[in-house]
Design a protein around this ligand. Structure first.
Ligand SMILES: Cc1cc2nc3c(=O)[nH]c(=O)nc-3n(C[C@H](O)[C@H](O)[C@H](O)COP(=O)(O)O)c2cc1C
Length: 276
């Protein structure tokens, strides 16, 4: 069924699958759901970290939504693995958003293009610039977005999400990031960071403030943190989502010794100002 026909249906069911390391994408997906619900869509939000019967979720919806943060012009590894599990379907309209700290380029198009071969039809793709959750203490003192800067960014992000919901409602085709600038940015970033997680900095470790409360182990989306008698261990399967580093209750997780300086390397607090 095409998006135009859907606009005539009484109840359109949308299932939005998302991954969020530090809360920006979860916040954006919830906002989109809120706005679509107000247009009488029936929206279900599913975190890809949770157990689900993906085939039945897809079969039961009229339109599929996807939402993920940009990790250097890629989707996070966990989400890429999730996408591989999406079943084949027939002409299912696809809507998607990515969240970024600065600029998102063509990541939606690049990541989701293979889904066209499985029967998903791209309809509305939006880049939501929201807040940076990433420190790069090795390369540069790139700062995360401070809490006092967030409200303005969230306001802008919400307007963008509102526009996205309107495009969905009106059945307008709207695909962002496929102009020359977006494509060039994507190409350059991916050229530098091909297979980002395998080469990127992974120096996460706990310091003397760690009380082994287990929060990081319980909340790591990829089960990449373990503990033994000697303390907490960070495994190579880390996808760099920044959740443990940002929300450790004791600020005991560091990237390098530099990040112990909490005045310089403040942790990202997320749109809700608390742990996701
Ligand atoms: C490993 C990593 C790479 C990132 N790369 C980019 C990037 O290339 N461009 C950008 O604007 N933001 C980048 N960011 C920032 C995040 O995309 C942004 O803060 C996002 O909204 C986080 O979403 P979340 O809170 O749902 O995890 C990166 C963040 C991480 C952790």
């Amino acid at each position: 069924m095409g998006i135009k026909e859907l606009t005539k249906k009484d109840t359109v069911k949308i299932c939005i699958f998302y991954f969020s390391g530090t809360g920006n994408t979860a916040w954006s997906a919830h906002k989109l759901a809120e706005k679509l619900n107000a247009f009488n869509y029936q929206v279900k939000l599913v975190s890809c970290e949770h157990e689900m019967n993906i085939d039945s979720e897809i079969n039961n919806c009229d339109m599929v939504g996807l939402a993920f943060p940009i990790h250097s012009s890629f989707a996070p590894l966990l989400f890429r693995e999730f996408l591989k599990k999406l079943p084949e379907c027939t002409n299912k309209p696809l809507i998607a958003l990515t969240t970024a700290g600065y600029v998102a380029g063509d990541v939606l198009w690049y990541t989701l293009k293979p889904l066209e071969n499985k029967g998903y039809i791209p309809r509305v793709f939006s880049n939501i610039i929201i807040g940076n959750n990433m420190h790069l203490p090795v390369l540069s003192p790139l700062r995360v977005t401070k809490p006092d800067r967030l409200p303005k960014k969230l306001e802008k992000a919400e307007k963008k999400i509102e526009k996205m919901a309107s495009c969905i409602k009106e059945g307008t085709l709207h695909i962002e990031g496929i102009g020359p600038f977006g494509r060039l940015l994507g190409l350059v970033q991916r050229g530098i960071a091909d297979n980002f997680e395998s080469f990127a900095f992974k120096g996460f470790h706990s310091d003397e403030k760690c009380v082994q409360c287990g929060w990081c182990i319980k909340n790591c989306p990829n089960h990449s943190i373990e503990e033994d008698n000697e303390g907490v261990k960070f495994l190579d399967s880390c996808i760099l989502c920044m959740r443990c580093y940002s929300f450790c209750p004791y600020h005991a997780i560091q990237m390098t010794d530099k990040t112990k300086n909490m005045r310089k390397y403040k942790r990202y607090t997320g749109p809700e100002g608390k742990r996701s």
